[in-house]
Design a protein around this ligand. Sequence first.
Ligand code: HEC
Length: 368
Amino acid sequence: MSAEQWYYALAYHLSKDLELGFDLAGWWDAHRRLPPVNRMLELFAEAVLARIDGRVVVFVNEIDTTIALPFSDDFFAAIRACYNARATAPDYRRLSFVLLGVASLTYLIKDGERTPFNVGRRIELADFSFVEARALASGPRSTEPRADRSDSRRLHHSHSPKANRPRLDEIGCTGCHIQNLRVNSDRRVADVETRFNAAKGIFNRLFAAATMLFNVVDDGQAFPQLLPKGKSFLVKKIFADFKRHDLGPAFHERQYDGSLVTKFMTEPLWGVGTTALYGHDGRSVNLEEAILRHGGEAQQSRERFASLSDNNQRKILEFLATLVLFPPDDTASNLNPGNPGTNDPQDPTEHGSINLGALFQIPDEGPE
Ligand code: HEC
């Protein structure tokens, strides 16, 4: 979506919901020489505050998705501008914004060169307790006919185990440790989707379904070529941007020639539950030490972690400890489902394995 479309959609909903009753499309076109964000600001001044006497509160939902838009810095800067305008144009005191979503205030404006989003009050929402959620179990009693999908979705979220996931995004870790990473051209030759499945998984109760991701190209040779399909692919829970960052002197490394290496690639957090000795040099013995050693570009995020309550720090560490990688030899799969019931963890024919070799047996070649 372009900035133009996005701001117009916002203006459209504003004018509809506030029943401004004026020719928005005409107004929008008449101001098209202004960049969209300025048009939005003008709209607030000329159309909204001028037509409505009372207070206007604009709710912006799911700001975590807004943050991902390439022009989001401008948008949040504009909201801050509305706040600053209160000093000179008292009308703006009637205009407030409520931003809903998972994000810390300082994370809203990503460009470090710009003034951060340092206005507003943060209201933290805890998950429903069991007792609170029970009251909702019977469903809303309102007579409103419209089924409110977003409400049921929110309730669903608070019941899912994810709700207990500490907000790595709120303390800025996901600025570098990006949870899901899009690979545009996937060069893998196979995909292994692994799930917890107590019935089919044997040894570690995981079961993997392997699929091949290559095309067989017959080039007239004895062995046909296997070419990766190269589709786009979302790597889930990898928690890395694979870019280099300066994490401050505690990570710097002196080389034999005397030069200093200051930048290191973000380590994926995927697997950190089982890969102790952390950092490129293995100098942090546990996760807490690895996090507290962050400085430099990650200084702010490190301070936010350090200032969390013990309980919230523990939640983060517990979550990281759940990011575990399992050895393929121990995981039953569609390629080697194993032999349930015998329970001998030492014998791969009994607990199964991800035997990728089986994928590459070209049918008319026969096995091996
Ligand atoms: C500015 C980018 C940045 C931010 C922000 C950041 N990290 Fe890191 N993190 C890195 C880099 C780069 C490394 C790798 C350092 C190395 O190789 O020595 C790393 C390493 C780690 C490691 C060690 C992983 C391993 O396998 O060795 C953990 C754990 C970790 N970060 C957790 C966090 C947490 C939790 C936060 C939020 C409080 C955070 N990081 C914020 C860049 C960042």
